[in-house]
Design a protein around this ligand. Sequence first.
Ligand code: BG6
Ligand code: GLC
Length: 884
Amino acid sequence: MDSIGPVGLQQGEGAPCYPQESLPCPSDSSELVQECLRQFKVTGAQLRQIQASLLSSMEQALGGQVSPASAVRMLPTYVGSTPHGTEQGDFLVLELGATGASLRILWVTLTGTEGHRMEPRSQEFVIPQEVMLGPGQQSTLISWTKGFRCSGVEGQDVVQLLRDAIQRQGAYSIDVVAVVNDTVGTMMGCEPGVGPCEVGLVVDTGTNACYMEEARHVAVLDEDRGRVCVSVEWGSFGDDGALGPVLTTFDCALDRESLNPGAQRFEKMIGGLYLGELVRLVLAHLAQCGVLFGGCTSPALLSRGSILLEHVAEMEDPSAGAARVHTILQDLGLSPGASDVELVQHVCAAVCMRAAQLCAAALAAVLSHLQHSREQQTLQITVATGGRVFERQPRFLSILQETVMFLAPECDVSFIPSLDGGGRGVAMVTAVAARLAAHRRLLEETLAPFRLNREQLAAVQAQMREAMTKGLRGEASSLRMLPTYVRATPDGSERGDFLALDLGGTNFRVLLVRVATGGVQITNQVYSIPECVAQGSGQQLFDHIVDCIVDFQQKQGLSGQSLPLGFTFSFPCRQLGLDQGILLNWTKGFNASDCEGQDVVCLLREAIGRRKAVELNVVAIVNDTVGTMMSCGYEDPHCEVGLIVGTGTNACYMEELRNVAGVAGDSGHMCINMEWGAFGDDGSLGVLSTCFDARVDQASINPGKQRFEKMISGMYLGEIVRHILLHLTSLGVLFRGQQTQCLQTRDIFKTKFLSEIESDSLALRQVRAILEDLGLPLTSDDALMVLEVCQAVSQRAAQLCGAGVAAVVEKIRENRGLEELTVSVGVDGTLYKLHPHFSSLVAATVRELAPRCVVTFLQSEDGSGKGAALVTAVACRLAQTACV
Ligand code: BG6
Ligand code: GLC
């Protein structure tokens, strides 16, 4: 596109004139100018159209749908975390492509202290043209853009090429840790504004953006947790033709003459490498049509690359003044008149305004995607901006901001310029990777003692088995193996109306249980037991219980009737008969005085006596495990084990009477309340107990007691997690090392949070919500780690519980001399029922450790009160039979 010859009007002395006709020229000159400028106008509707089509192309690419001329690439960068502010160390950064034909080397020192920044040292090297276009022995590069075109590099791993080059030089020891897109560097180097800095936007030679995406949305990643930074690669948007309506004849000419025709169409309308060229093409066209420079061109005006971004920026800047524009044009060999200068300014402004608006449409697509996928009413976010277009053209940012507000009004965006041209951010990526690796090591070390292998679990099973045998024989054992005087499960012939009490779980209940031919009908009411009553005097506690019964009788119209009563009392009792139970010691949160060593049925009868108006006939006292087994046994005759995993944990099962020391008789069975919560109180669990278990135990109301229960049940798991979180915070692994008052508060971390946090249906976002409600200032890495802590703690609990069940079912099988035992376990308890994985982990452990037992777990639907009523019913039936 060089000169043809000096024809036409000559404007200044000595100034050559080069008119040329390459584009059609409308006849009327002002119409021609308007037409040119109009081409660069993009309407609001067109911008919305671009926003929508880019959004849909982003979502398609994320979903793994590759269209033939895929519009955007959405490349995961494997950067999974934004900076903490605690990163430290020395890092070298090579920046290729950021500032055009140069290579910048930066030495960045991070101090690890927020607000304490050390200026990086940097040096820039020019890359000669022959190197940029020559052979490429210089990440897998997909394609070159922005004027680079070295051979043998596309499709290669850039890190490996760099390592090879370092090797070829010898003498250096440099570890290449990360290859980072400039947008990622921009995002990572930015200090957060109103919201976290999770978008990086670069408009330099080229343009692109990156942002933090939920990993589960990125189909190519086999990962459903956490976030990953995705490079949108929006420069290639429109390569499939989507930009058709806004493309000008100048865009088409520019593309045709570029190094990569047909590619990077969006970038060619926005990137700094192209803005000057667009302006040049328009000016050349207007000159050739005789509208500018008196119809004269110059060799410079007709040569590719003669107008640079810097020129456009200066000419477009209204404050620059006509003189400066004049000089620039003169340097191009042109002789502008006053009206030419004004017109050139208009052209520059139109080209730049369009670039900023298009860029805004693309950014708005990213922001609305984020707002949608995070389900936020208002997305508060910081966008880090970088690149020479922002630096040189202040108006670019203001147009961008205005247009983003128009296109994505539901996003509250603060724009923050990146520091050190993104180089600091690249160092940050490396530093964050180093921090994450160190934190992961510390997390793994902390959780390692919670990860039990098969041998450890088999050892627990064997110890449990030995303790069972000793306990049954009446020898010293941490398992008390208490006879319950329940000798049979229901046979279905029981009938009548019964009262039942259920004390010791989360709720205290009074029930009316009607056992009839058609089944069992239950009416119940929950009453609260305030902590001051549970830990007050025994008399106060039992008076409160009787008050609740009276209230229930009145409400049910049962006053004056003396129904047989079954009492589920979920604490260790030495029973001397069905209706006699000496409380051995309180467990869980109870500690009422003057009860231990007393017969609980007597304490209840005395309280009834104090309340003269009521008459109650207490027939049976049962543990909740027994009530649960009986309740499930009514439906399934194979149910011979009862298991509770709730506030506390315990199990009971049907043992051969001949094995039970201290109870007369050698034939038949008796249900044994194992009180397995106390397993290990003799120190036998010592090797498995972690320092966190020790802390929970020490802070409890019964230190040294119920050690197995304290590793398994709902009353304690949240506390174990809290102590681990405190420890990880003190190591700086969590919550940026900031200890909060909240986390120091006992019982603040409820066990139900474990169930909620581990629930598959809840995204990590909700995990964050739970923790934020607790006042914990967390990042998404923190949320992931908290999840892992919860998983480790609940998995150990479930596996220990499974080892216990395996010991029980194996004992039943051996008692009966069976090759294979089919048995059901009735289960109750909030942890077992609400936790998403607990039950399947228990079952898996039992399958592994007791392979010769076919175990079915039945969840008790009606609570153990129904079982207590059934025990009472059986006792009444037997008593009646005895009278006949
Ligand atoms: C209930 C039973 O359903 O579960 C109680 O009726 C038992 O007897 C309780 O104690 C155990 O679970 P949690 O979670 O309430 O302690
Ligand atoms: C505690 C009690 C026990 C009860 C269990 C479950 O371990 O000591 O009796 O069965 O909690 O509630």
